[in-house]
Design a protein around this ligand. Structure first.
Ligand code: TXE
Length: 498
């Protein structure tokens, strides 16, 4: 991989106007993997200029023409996946088996939204009188994407594909911890035929580049994935300029395991939901609500099985869990482990400490943590930790499980584990949860809406709704009558509404 990266603006690389650079660290060994141009407000302005210039051309292509280019983008992306996977692992420390599985699906987003661009149909709503009435969905203009480090290219792809399909041009501010794959996507889109200036990337920090993009009145929509506090700040800035906002923010997902579920399946589900991505995912299973009658057996098996998860070098195929992304994120987890231990009643049944051994010395490792005897009102059961920590909470009735599941400020995702089909749907319908899986967790599809209730965010990614949210409606009302109409004439003709 090349070591020096610049901003990607107007189809090419260029240094930051200030000449500043920052470094990207490998969280597995602390080594610097790249030096990246550090964009600030002036660079964001230059990127918006380029995106504004490109808008006329890109938005005037037909949906089918944009769709063809996006299908080529899917093909190019597929070819470059091995390189992208390796870079993503170096940037964020996630295990190769996870990144390979996740990133293999990214081309589907371009294919799906290419098909939407080609097949989208507008509407002809009824309109009283002799009228032809139709709507057109037209692009918004320049849109801004602010993305995080936990699934850098997946989250960006979820925003870029519908933006492109709808005919928008864009400026991306990737996470300062993981900007490289976003830059490489620029090369891939260019190769596929996306015109220069349609896709621009300005790496930099939230307080400078991020703030410049999100306070710009020239951007017509902001789409952020990040922490809830950042979401509030960005939404306030967007409000000041009446800019549309989509925000995918924090979560406190629960798994609800009923007594009719096979114990081994509950245990496997919890390990997968809670610890994949070293717990650094918005839909992480941070609470296991388990029926009291199977609680002890589930806890026993969880503790037995978690001890066998293999921590290690993220690039190694055999590794099951990598380090956390940064010192800061590990500090947060360790702080919450202390809070949990100090809170009256909760017991740390496993993990929460750094693993022993030279292999783990330089990386931000932490052993997956299981808390038991947790009460729903404890801080560890309420606040987003964003790490490999699960709080096990027993329940006695369906109503109690629903109330605990809904009892946080978040509402992103929940999974229900039961063989009882009526109960599964009954519970799902009472959850304040944007995404609800029944007998599964962490499943996503480009066609299926993704986003949260309450403080988990605004708007939806994926699906037709995401395409529509990257458009605005133009309503065209055609009078089909040749009868002359003169409101002010005293001609004895009936007037409108009279
Ligand atoms: O996120 P930030 P951080 C949560 C998770 C995590 C916490 C902090 O709980 O522990 O957030 O993580 C940009 N104006 N999630 O600090 O800061 C920033 O540069 C404009 C959940 O990494 O929210 C980055 O590009 N932009 C989440 C992006 O926002 C600003 C994924 C996200 O960073 C900005 C990540 C500002 N004022 C963290 N401040 C999820 N939903 O999956 C920051 N940014």
């Amino acid at each position: 991989m090349k070591k020096n990266w610049d901003l990607f603006i107007d189809g090419g690389y260029r240094p930051a106007i200030s000449g500043k650079r920052f470094t990207v660290e490998n969280p597995w060994n602390g080594e610097t993997i790249a030096s990246v141009a550090e964009g600030e407000a002036a660079d964001i302005e230059a990127a918006i200029d380029a995106a504004e210039r490109a808008f006329g051309g890109w938005s005037s292509l037909s949906g089918a023409e944009r769709g063809d280019i996006m299908h080529r983008a899917a093909d190019h992306l597929k070819k470059r996946l091995p390189e992208l996977v390796t870079i993503e692992i170096d940037q964020i420390g996630r295990a190769r088996r996870e990144m390979t599985a996740q990133m293999a699906r990214l081309p589907e987003w371009f294919s799906y939204f290419a098909a939407v661009a080609r097949t989208h149909e507008d509407t002809a709503p009824p309109f009283a009188g002799d009228y032809l009435n139709y709507t057109k969905r037209v692009p918004l203009g320049v849109v801004g994407h602010v993305t995080p480090w936990n699934h850098p290219l997946l989250i960006l792809t979820k925003k870029v594909a519908p933006s492109l399909a709808a005919g928008n041009t864009m400026v991306v501010k990737p996470s300062e911890l993981a900007p490289i794959t976003s830059l490489l996507l620029g090369e891939i889109l260019k190769e596929a035929g996306v015109p220069d200036g349609v896709y621009n990337v300005v790496p930099g920090f939230g307080a400078t580049a991020g703030a410049a993009l999100t306070t710009s009145a020239r951007v017509r929509k902001l789409d952020l994935t990040g922490g809830t506090e950042t979401g509030k700040r960005v939404a306030a800035a967007a409000g000041a300029n009446l800019v549309k906002i989509a925000a995918e923010l924090g979560g406190k997902a629960a798994l609800i395991a009923f007594e009719d579920m096979n114990i081994e399946r509950v245990v496997a589900a919890t390990l997968f939901a809670s610890f994949i991505a070293t717990g650094q995912t918005c839909v992480q299973g941070s609470r296991l609500l388990v029926h009291r009658s199977i609680h002890d057996e589930v806890v026993k098996r969880l503790v037995e099985r978690v001890a066998h998860i293999r921590l290690g070098a993220p690039q190694d195929e055999a590794t099951q869990l990598g380090p956390m992304v940064s010192q800061r994120q590990r500090d947060t987890v360790e702080r919450y482990v202390r809070i949990g231990v100090e809170e009256d009643g909760a017991t740390l049944a496993y993990g929460g400490t750094r693993p022993d051994g030279d292999a783990f010395d330089k990386g931000y490792f932490i052993k997956p943590a299981i808390f038991i005897n947790v009460r729903p009102d404890m801080r560890i059961a309420q606040e987003e930790i964003f790490g490999p920590v699960v709080c096990v909470i027993p329940f006695d009735s369906e109503e109690e499980a629903i109330s605990i599941a809904n009892g946080t400020e978040f509402g992103l995702a929940t999974s229900i584990w039961t063989r009882d089909i009526a109960r599964a749907h009954r519970v799902a319908h009472k959850l304040l949860s944007g995404i609800t899986w029944i007998n599964d967790h962490h499943r996503i599809d480009p066609a299926s809406p993704w986003g949260g209730f309450k403080m988990s965010g605004l708007g939806r990614e994926n699906g037709l709704v995401a395409y529509e949210e990257y458009t605005q409606i133009q309503n065209i009302i055609v009078n089909l009558s040749d009868t002359e109409f003169d409101w002010y004439a005293d001609d004895g003709q009936p007037k409108r509404y009279s």
